[in-house]
Design a protein around this ligand. Structure first.
Ligand code: GNR
Ligand code: NI
Length: 174
């Protein structure tokens, strides 16, 4: 097991589009274990392979309070989405910054599990929001892309200023 390095905005590698996983084998399962270790340690509720510089369509998530409901989604596809959920989102690749994002409240997703078996599942609430956030990562998209141009510029300036002064993030909410 090993903890992996998480890429941070504005790293251009976060903009790469991930390609489908071809074989679910032990090497992939070792990567999955490392991604869980990295996510739980962060701590975060989800992690996409893109964030650890692996550009394959794979994500892990666990939104449970006790961290006892690990999900592995390989080659996830959203089949249906409906409803509306507005969530204060954060991202391990934009650490310390949070903003409200609107997404679907319910999704139906088809994916391969860690054994390579096809699953189809309805997801609601935070799990649905998290999986949409992670699939965006696989497409090179970040939650800050949903902000208005003004807010995104303000965010970029604050991050630059905080990093210049070696300060912790100062924009809990923009
Ligand atoms: O830990 C995380 N929390 C979170 C909160 C609201 C909506 C999405 C997320 S995902 C995030 C971890 C992360 O950056 N995954 O890509
Ligand atoms: Ni994220």
């Amino acid at each position: 097991m090993a903890k992996l390095t998480i890429l941070e905005f504005p790293d251009p590698r976060l903009r790469k589009k991930a390609v489908p996983v071809e074989t679910v084998d032990d090497a992939l399962r070792a990567l999955i274990d490392d991604m869980f270790e990295t996510m739980y340690d962060a701590p975060g509720i989800g992690l996409a392979a893109t964030q650890v510089d692996v550009h394959r369509r794979l994500l892990v998530a666990d939104v449970s309070a006790e961290k006892t409901e690990p999900y592995v989604l390989i080659n996830p596809e959203i089949l249906e989405k409906d409803g509306q959920a507005i969530t204060e989102e954060g991202c391990l690749s934009v650490p310390g910054y949070f903003e409200e994002v609107e997404r679907a409240e319910h999704i139906r997703v088809r994916y391969l599990d860690r054994e390579g078996n096809t699953q189809e599942e309805d997801m609601h609430g935070l799990l649905a929001v998290c999986v949409q956030h992670e699939i965006d990562h696989l497409d090179g998209k970040l939650f800050v892309d949903y902000l208005s141009e003004t807010k995104r510029q303000r965010l970029r300036k604050r991050i630059e200023k905080d990093r210049r002064g070696n300060r912790q993030p100062t924009a809990a909410v923009l």
